[in-house]
Design a protein around this ligand. Structure first.
Ligand code: ADP
Ligand code: ZN
Length: 603
C-alpha cells in the first residue's frame, strides 16, 4: 500500500493524531501548492514539511537561520530513521562532501542549509542538476522588514522562485501579523499560494504575572515543585543573570547563566548542557532563545518586564512545545516600567516610532494589570477571541477590584504639591510621613498629605502606584529622571470627577512567608521521588543521549516518557502503542526502556 501522510505520521514518527492544521498544510504542499503557514510555537511545524519531504519523489531543501537548529532537526529525523543532512560551515570539509554525496545518490532526501549558503552561485548551480521538489523556509518572518527579526541574507531568497519555477514553496513562522504575512508570501511566491493561519492559543501554558516585591522568595516559591525540570529565567541585565544563577545554585538547584557578554565557547557549552540534560535552569538575557528548539521546557519566568507583548509571547512560548502543561510567571515593578520607557526614549528613532513603542508598552502593562482572564487579554491583542481559560492566575484566583479613589487622591495630591518633580520613593515617604532629611529639607512634612497614608506599608504603596502608572493615571517622565507626573485622567481623579478602581493588594503579596533553603530542597527531593519510574526513565534517556551526543528529547520527548511511566507497557507491542515511539526508536531503544519499567515493577 502506498504510504499516506497519516501512515507516515504513525509509522515513522510514532504519533497517532495530527495537531490542528498539520494535515491541511501537508495536503496543500503535497498537491504542489505554495503555503505560508503561521502556527504557534510548538504547534508542530516541522512535521508539516517533513512528511511531504518524505512522501515526494525529489529532494527538499530546508532553509534555517541557525546551525544549532539545523543540527537538532537532523538528529531528530535520524532518530526516527529518516536520513537527512545539513551543510554548513561548522562542519569539516569531509563531512560536507559526505553529506553532499548522500544527497546526490539519493540516500538523503532532506537537506538543511542557511540562506547565504543556498544562495551562493555554486550551490544554486549544483542544485539545478538535481531533482529538487520543495523549498522550505523556516523562521520565514526573517525575510520581511515588517517582521520582528529581519535578516538581510533572507531577502535573497525572493530570487528562488524564478530560478526554480517548478518547485513547491513552503514557509513557516510563529510570529507574523497580517502585513508581514502578505510581505512574506509576496516575496517567496508572488500572486500564488495559500496563507494558513492557526490560532495563537497555547492552552497548556499557565499564565501568571505578579508584583515584584521580593524576587528571591517569589522565585523559590515558583520553583518549589520544579526541581527536576528544565526551564528558562529571563533577566534584563547580564549582571542580574549571574546573580540569579548563583542564588539558585546556593539553593541546591542546577542553574547556569547565559548572556552575550560571555565568550562564544562558554555560551555554546552552556547551551549544549541545557539542551541535553533535563533538569537545568537557564538564567539568561534575551540573547538566549532564538533557535531553542527544546520541546520539554517546563517553565519560563521573567524577572523583568519584557519589551512588548509580542516579545513576551515569543519568550514564554518556548515552554511546553510538547503540548504538556508548562508554567510561566512574570514579575515586574515600577523600576521595570521606568527602564522600558527609558530604553524607548533613548532609541535613536524618530518621534513617531517612539510614540508607537510607548503605546506597545502600554498594551503590555494593560496585560499585566488585567483583572479578567489573562489569556483572554493576551489573545485579544492578537485579534483572537476566547472564553475564560481556567488556566491563568486571574481565572484561578479572580482579583478583587476595589475602589481606590481616596488613596489615589492622596498620591495625586502629594505629587501635585511637590511640583511633579519626584519619583515614587519620595512620594511614598511623603504619604507615609517619613521624617527623613530630604523631606525635612524641602519642608514636605508640612504638606496636607504628609502622613495620611501611614496605615499602609511601603510595599503596598509601591504596588498601588504601579497600578496607577499601568492604568495611565500617572506617567513616568524619563527626561526628568523618572519623576511621576499626573495625566489628564489623573487630574479628573484629583478633582473628584472620576473614580479609580484597582486590584486589591493582598497582604501576603506584601509579607510572604519565608521559605528556608532546607524546606525548598526537601520539596524538590520529594517531587522527584513521587515520580520514581519517570525519573528512572529520564535517567536512562540521559545516558543514551550522552552516548549518542544528541539532546535528550531527540531520544524521546517528555510526553512519551510520561505516557510510558503511566501505562507501564510490558512488551514491545505495548510499547509501540505509546505516542512518540516509532519503529526505528522501538528497535533502538525499546528493550532498554522496557527493562527500566520491568525493574521498577519488580521493586
Ligand atoms: P514548532 O516548530 O512548530 O515550534 P515542532 O515542529 O518543533 O514545533 O514540534 C514540537 C513538538 O511537537 C515536537 O516534539 C514534535 O515532535 C511534536 N509533535 C509534532 N506533531 C505532533 C503530533 N501530531 N502529535 C504529537 N506530537 C507532535
Ligand atoms: Zn484565564
Amino acid at each position: 500500500m502506498k504510504p499516506t501522510a497519516k501512515s507516515v505520521l504513525h509509522d515513522i514518527f510514532g504519533y497517532h493524531e495530527f495537531r490542528p492544521g498539520q494535515e491541511q498544510i501537508i495536503e496543500r504542499l503535497l498537491g504542489g501548492h505554495h503555503v505560508l503557514a503561521v502556527m504557534p510555537t510548538g504547534g508542530g511545524k516541522s512535521i508539516c514539511y517533513q512528511i511531504p519531504a518524505i512522501l515526494c519523489d525529489g529532494i527538499s531543501v530546508v532553509i534555517s537561520p541557525l546551525v544549532a537548529l539545523m543540527d537538532d532537526q537532523v538528529a531528530a529525523l535520524q532518530a526516527n530513521g529518516v536520513n537527512a543532512v545539513s551543510i554548513h560551515s561548522g562542519m569539516t570539509r569531509d563531512d560536507q562532501v559526505d553529506a553532499w554525496q548522500a544527497v546526490r545518490n539519493g540516500t538523503a532526501k532532506i537537506i538543511y542549509m542557511s540562506p547565504e549558503r543556498l544562495m551562493s552561485a555554486r550551490m544554486l548551480e549544483a542544485l539545478s542538476s538535481l531533482n529538487v521538489c520543495q523549498f522550505v523556509v523556516d523562521e520565514a518572518h526573517c525575510i520581511s522588514k515588517w517582521g520582528t527579526n529581519f535578516r538581510p541574507e533572507y531577502e535573497m531568497l525572493s530570487e528562488l522562485k524564478q530560478r526554480f519555477p517548478l518547485c513547491t514553496f513552503g514557509a513557516f513562522t510563529a510570529t507574523a501579523d497580517e502585513a508581514t504575512r502578505a510581505d512574506i508570501a509576496g516575496k517567496l511566491f508572488p500572486g500564488d499560494g495559500d496563507i494558513i493561519v492557526q490560532g495563537f492559543d497555547r492552552p497548556n501554558l499557565k499564565l501568571g504575572v505578579a508584583n515584584k516585591n521580593n524576587w528571591k522568595r517569589q522565585l523559590l516559591s515558583f520553583l518549589e515543585d520544579k526541581g527536576d525540570q528544565s526551564g528558562i529565567i529571563y533577566c534584563l541585565s547580564r549582571k542580574y543573570t549571574e546573580e540569579v544563577a548563583e542564588f539558585l545554585n546556593e539553593e541546591g538547584m542546577t542553574a547556569i547563566a547565559y548572556h552575550a557578554g560571555q565568550d562564544a565557547v562558554l555560551r555554546k557549552a552552556n547551551q549544549d548542557r541545557f539542551m541535553s540534560e533535563s533538569a537545568v535552569t537557564m538564567v539568561a538575557t534575551i540573547a538566549f532563545g532564538m533557535g531553542i528548539d527544546k520541546p520539554d521546557i517546563r517553565y519560563v519566568a521573567h524577572l523583568n518586564l519584557p519589551s512588548s507583548v509580542e516579545a513576551y509571547y515569543q519568550e514564554i512560548g518556548r515552554a511546553g512545545r510538547d503540548g504538556t502543561a508548562a508554567e510561566t510567571m512574570m514579575l515586574y515593578g515600577l523600576d521595570d516600567i521606568r527602564m522600558r520607557r527609558m530604553f524607548i526614549d533613548q532609541d535613536g528613532e524618530d518621534d513617531g516610532h517612539k510614540l508607537r513603542e510607548h503605546k506597545r508598552l502600554d498594551s503590555l502593562l494593560a496585560y499585566c494589570e488585567a483583572s479578567q482572564c489573562r489569556r483572554k487579554t493576551l489573545l485579544a491583542y492578537f485579534d483572537e477571541q476566547i472564553e475564560a481559560c481556567g488556566n491563568c492566575d486571574t481565572c484561578i484566583t479572580p482579583p478583587v477590584r476595589v475602589d481606590g479613589t481616596q488613596h489615589a487622591q492622596m498620591i495625586l495630591s502629594a505629587i501635585y504639591r511637590t511640583g511633579q518633580y519626584f519619583g515614587a520613593a519620595h512620594i511614598i515617604d511623603v504619604v507615609r510621613g517619613s521624617q527623613n532629611q530630604k523631606i525635612l529639607e524641602r519642608g514636605h512634612d508640612s504638606l496636607p498629605t504628609f502622613g495620611v497614608g501611614k496605615d499602609h506599608s511601603k510595599q503596598y504603596w509601591q504596588a498601588f502606584i504601579r497600578q496607577m502608572v499601568a492604568g495611565g493615571i500617572l506617567t513616568i517622565n524619563i527626561q526628568k529622571f523618572g519623576c511621576l507626573e499626573i495625566s489628564a485622567a489623573g487630574r479628573e481623579i484629583l478633582t473628584g470627577n472620576r473614580n479609580f478602581e484597582f486590584r486589591e493588594i493582598p497582604a501576603d503579596a506584601v509579607r510572604e512567608r519565608r521559605q528556608s533553603k532546607k524546606a525548598a530542597r526537601a520539596m524538590v527531593a520529594h517531587s522527584s521521588e513521587d515520580d520514581g519510574l519517570l525519573a528512572q526513565l529520564k535517567a536512562r534517556r540521559l545516558e543514551l543521549a550522552k552516548a549518542k551526543k544528541v539532546p535528550a528529547y531527540v531520544v524521546f520527548p517528555d510526553n512519551t516518557l510520561i505516557e510510558m511511566a503511566s501505562k507501564k507497557p510490558a512488551n514491545l507491542d505495548a510499547l509501540a502503542m505509546v505516542s512518540g515511539v516509532g519503529p526505528k526508536k522501538l528497535e533502538d531503544y525499546g528493550e532498554t526502556f522496557l527493562s527500566v519499567i520491568n525493574d521498577a515493577a519488580m521493586g
